[in-house]
Design a protein around this ligand. Structure first.
Ligand SMILES: Nc1ncnc2c1ncn2[C@@H]1O[C@H](COP(=O)(O)OP(=O)(O)OP(=O)(O)O)[C@@H](O)[C@H]1O
Ligand SMILES: O=C(CO)[C@H](O)[C@H](O)COP(=O)(O)O
Length: 404
């Protein structure tokens, strides 16, 4: 017999809240969770009664991007939306790639490299090549987590380039798989409740790589160029095509506000949101479905050269209907973002100004003054909303009751 134990992690009103002799009041807000069954019969004293249980199995989110394209930054923004800090597993391998917070566990798909650094060198393949990755194991383990089962996941050690002994991963509320190939294998793709692709144009990728690998890691300009060139064929063949499957794409391009800009500091960022995705209502500017161009600079938003331009409208992306929100330029004063936020709808915020608050909280993260930070924050809020709606649907209660 499966017992439902009451937890107070999330408040849901159980559809049958009268529990004789249980110590729980009628209509008391309780979350019943069970790993295995939706409806369980429990015994309390001499009486048997039925309770409906919210089956708390993880939702699975996929985040795809090339290396050095802002996945970690995005993850930090996402976990912050749920509150609490994300940390590596306590007492585990110091080189673990996993980050755990109260609500989310983020694993890095590099851990499914089947060939270590030497193995790849010997075989002449890059880490982007599916031949260097174990998709069978990835599928089995993501499926197990989705079913609420713990897994022993391998670790790829980026310091040594070796495959380390496995680490134990317990099913969280939200399981995020980030890396090169979350949408490559159809079986894994089908397990995703929501997917995001960070599409960084070559020019911008190059500028970010230089900034990080030259300034912070002491690599030479030539070696950075050579590494990007060496990865490009496999990137084009195996990573880039995944964007067609993403529910949301954040595309990062050079600005159009500065003619022939080659500095790569001012960015044009697009948030491409697929229409018709269950529990995901695309954000819109002013009027849903219209085509809008908006220059918000003026009395309420301070802009220095080259200014800021927003655009919004319907479009198609790989033959699918999408809504696209675009921001070109950068903010001078983040607190004034509230003015932009007040003209956006369907943000899935819990209170007026939440986007601005999140952006101010992480003003030191890369991209906080432009569309990369803004759209990553918005996608984080949409994921929280998606999670709450899925949990509410599973429990058969209104979404309001499942708010985290
Ligand atoms: N929005 C941004 N604006 C400017 N620079 C950025 C932005 N996002 C990331 N970067 C730059 O790219 C670097 C890599 O970012 P991050 O660590 O988030 O990427 P990653 O995809 O997780 O990388 P890796 O896979 O190599 O660990 C940062 O150190 C920063 O220099
Ligand atoms: O594309 C990558 C994803 O992060 C890495 O290059 C890949 O995981 C191999 O790692 P390393 O360069 O540390 O051997």
């Amino acid at each position: 017999m499966a017992f439902c134990s009451p937890h107070t992690t999330t408040s849901l009103r159980s559809p049958c809240t009268t529990i004789p002799n249980s110590g729980f009041r009628q209509n008391q807000v309780i979350l019943f969770t069970t790993r295995s069954s939706r409806r369980s019969t429990t015994r309390h004293g001499a009486r048997t009664f039925q309770v409906s249980c919210a089956v708390e199995k993880p939702i699975v989110i996929g985040l795809a991007a090339d290396s050095g394209c802002g996945k970690s930054t995005f993850m930090r923004r996402l976990t912050s939306v749920f509150g609490g800090a994300a940390e590596p597993p306590k007492g585990g391998n110091p080189d673990s790639n996993t980050l755990i917070s109260d609500t989310t566990t983020v694993i890095c798909l590099d851990d499914y490299h089947s060939l270590d650094r030497t193995g790849r060198k010997e075989k002449g393949v890059t880490a982007l090549d599916p031949k260097a990755n174990d998709f069978d194991l990835m599928y089995e383990q993501v499926k197990a987590i989705k079913e609420g089962k713990a897994i022993e996941k391998p670790i790829y050690n980026h310091v040594t380039g070796l495959l380390d002994p496995a680490e134990l991963i317990q099913p969280p509320k939200i399981f995020v798989i980030e890396g090169l190939h979350p949408m490559y294998d159809e079986r894994v793709r089908d397990l995703l409740d929501f997917s995001i692709y960070l599409d960084i144009s070559n020019e911008v990728k190059f500028a970010w790589k230089i900034q990080r690998d030259m300034a912070e890691r002491g690599h030479s300009l030539e070696s950075i160029k050579a590494s990007i060139e060496a990865r490009k064929p496999d990137f084009d063949a195996f990573i880039d095509p995944q964007k067609q499957y993403a529910d949301a794409v954040i595309e990062v391009l050079p600005t159009q506000l500065i003619p022939d800009d080659n500095e790569g500091k001012v960015l044009r960022v697009k948030l491409i949101m697929k229409e018709g995705v269950k529990f995901f209502n695309p954000v819109y500017l002013f009027d849903e479905g219209s085509t809008i161009n908006w220059i918000p600079c003026g009395r309420k938003l301070t802009c220095s050269y080259p200014g800021i331009k927003f655009s919004y409208g319907p479009d198609t992306y790989f033959g699918q209907e999408v809504s696209v929100l675009e921001m070109d330029g950068q903010f001078d004063r983040l607190d004034e973002l509230i003015y932009v936020e007040s003209h956006l709808s369907n943000l899935s915020t819990k209170f007026y100004g939440e986007v601005t608050q999140q952006m101010l909280k992480h003003a030191d993260f890369p991209g906080s003054n432009n569309g990369t930070g803004l759209f990553q924050t918005i996608v984080g809020l949409k994921i929280r909303d998606l999670y709450e709606q899925i949990i509410a649907e599973r429990a058969g209660v209104p979404a309001e009751a499942a708010k985290v």
